[in-house]
Design a protein around this ligand. Structure first.
Ligand SMILES: Nc1ncnc2c1ncn2[C@@H]1O[C@H](COP(=O)(O)OP(=O)(O)OP(=O)(O)O)[C@@H](O)[C@H]1O
Length: 224
């Protein structure tokens, strides 16, 4: 298996409170992994440890063979910017920017020229059914459209891994299922692995591997 991300024995605390306990996790290139668990079980905290946003108190997170804790801050930021994408529950777009500008942001931050960045954004947005709305301000769009833009932004720079924290949790079920379908199809097409945190068993059922989190403890569900 071609491993892109591996976590071993990860602990994370907020003060005295342990949010993640001795977590092991392995993700192959292009794999979709779902993490389920009740509110407060530690899913988001684990996601941020895996993404190099929160530093674990113990254990290691290795991204494409490089242990994240060994990287200086500037290199860790560059890795997050260039090789990782994020999708959040409410999209978290910049309302004053256009659809195209929002989706192109990761490329612009990586120093790609505007024309090329916007062309790449337009391609991904087109595949998500937003090709007619490129110049519209993000503030003028529906929830489902905003979430598609968030998906486009997470994938536009063809990252190795996208972390998605309840990415369709704010949508009605028809929209949620359409956006999820498009998200996973695009990710597969470009061999981007996805770690998706969800409360929804139907979302988890679409993943290649499923994990459950209970009181900070992560367990892989074995499918037969
Ligand atoms: N910034 C913080 N400071 C202190 N405690 C926190 C902080 N963020 C989360 N926690 C606590 O850590 C535990 C795990 O929280 P986390 O957000 O990781 O859970 P979650 O499973 O993602 O929950 P949800 O599904 O509600 O988002 C909870 O008990 C929570 O109250």
């Amino acid at each position: 298996m071609d491993v892109i991300l591996r976590a071993e024995g990860v602990d994370f605390f907020y003060g005295e409170q342990q949010a993640v306990s001795n977590a092991d996790f392995v993700l192959a290139r292009g794999e979709v992994a779902a993490i389920m668990g009740s509110s407060g079980s530690g899913k988001s905290s684990l996601l941020y440890c895996l993404a190099g946003v929160l530093p674990p108190a113990r254990g290691t997170v290795t991204f494409d063979g490089v242990e994240l804790s060994s990287l200086p801050d500037t290199e860790l930021s560059a890795l997050r910017r260039e090789r990782i994408g994020f999708v959040f529950q409410y999209g978290e777009l910049l309302d004053e920017l256009t659809v195209e500008e929002n989706a192109a942001l990761p490329l612009r931050l990586a120093g790609v020229a505007k024309d090329r960045a916007h062309a790449a954004a337009a391609r991904v947005l087109g595949r998500l059914g937003l090709g007619d709305l490129l110049r519209r301000r993000a503030s003028k769009l529906s929830g489902g459209q905003r979430q598609r833009i968030a998906v486009a932004r997470a994938l536009v720079h063809q990252p190795d891994v996208v972390f998605a924290d309840e990415p369709t949790g704010a949508l009605d079920s028809a929209n949620a299922s359409a956006v999820l379908e498009e998200f996973l199809r695009l990710a597969k097409d470009q061999d981007t692995a996805v770690v998706i945190v969800t409360h929804d068993p139907e979302v988890a059922a679409r993943a290649d591997s499923q994990y459950a989190m209970v009181d900070g403890v992560l367990t892989q569900r074995v499918t037969v």
